[in-house]
Design a protein around this ligand. Structure first.
Ligand code: G3P
Length: 220
């Protein structure tokens, strides 16, 4: 399973990248706004910087909602760097735009996906990635992971090549469960990635190893 980081924060992107386990980055307009990145030039420059830090797919989301505008915006985003993936919302014109981008060799990430029907439509349009928002489904008292499993099953038996990118991940268990359910990619906040490290027995065991070593070498 590939690991993407879901942020526009450059420090966090660098920190995850330095671990050597990062395969890409996803952003969205809310994450860009959180970093105070506004205006076309600043947004473009920010995506360029991210592409220079991480050698992998970087999702850049369109903010227009009509087919012609999405195509124009997507073309500009794709021109920033070869690793840019144009992120397109799951709406009628979005599907049309994904079909256009696919036919014109531009990679896409279909976002705001909450059902298997939407996942089938995005795959039919040729989306490179599909982003089901599992955390937001859990927030509604439904089961986000069940959706990942259902889509993985459908894509598998139908031979769809769209990669399932588990999004809206909130914690390390979401990552583990996404891997189990067959997601190709998990896009995660840094906290969820670092949460995978944690186990008290690892800490206790390491303390013991170091203490035994110090004792044996007469250092304590
Ligand atoms: O990748 C989508 C993600 O950014 C949404 O996450 O936590 O806002 O639901 P969240």
């Amino acid at each position: 399973m590939k690991f993407f980081i879901d942020t526009a924060n450059l420090d966090q992107i660098r920190e995850a990248n330095e671990l050597g386990i990062l395969d890409g980055v996803t952003t969205n307009p809310s994450l860009m706004a959180k970093e105070g990145i506004t205006g076309d030039a600043a947004v473009m420059a920010h995506y360029r910087t991210i592409c220079e830090i991480v050698d992998g797919p970087v999702s850049a989301e369109v903010i227009s909602t009509s087919f012609p505008e999405m195509v124009e915006e997507g073309k500009k985003l794709a021109a920033i760097h070869p690793n840019i993936v144009v992120k397109v919302p799951m709406i009628r014109d979005g599907i049309k735009a994904i079909s256009w981008f696919t036919a014109n060799g531009i990679k896409t990430n279909c976002t705001l996906v909450f059902s298997a029907g939407q996942a089938i439509l995005a795959a039919k349009a040729g989306a490179t990635y599909l982003s089901p928002f599992i955390g937001r489904i859990d927030d509604m008292n439904w089961d986000g992971m069940e959706l990942i499993s259902q889509i993985a099953h459908i894509y598998n038996i139908q031979g769809f090549e769209t990669q399932i990118l588990a999004a809206s991940i909130r914690n390390p268990l979401h990552i583990v469960k996404s891997a189990e359910a067959g997601a190709h990619v998990a896009t995660c906040p840094l906290s969820a990635i670092l949460g995978l490290l944690k186990h008290p027995l690892t800490d206790i065991g390491l303390q013991q190893f170091l203490a035994d070593h110090a004792k044996a070498s007469g250092k304590s």
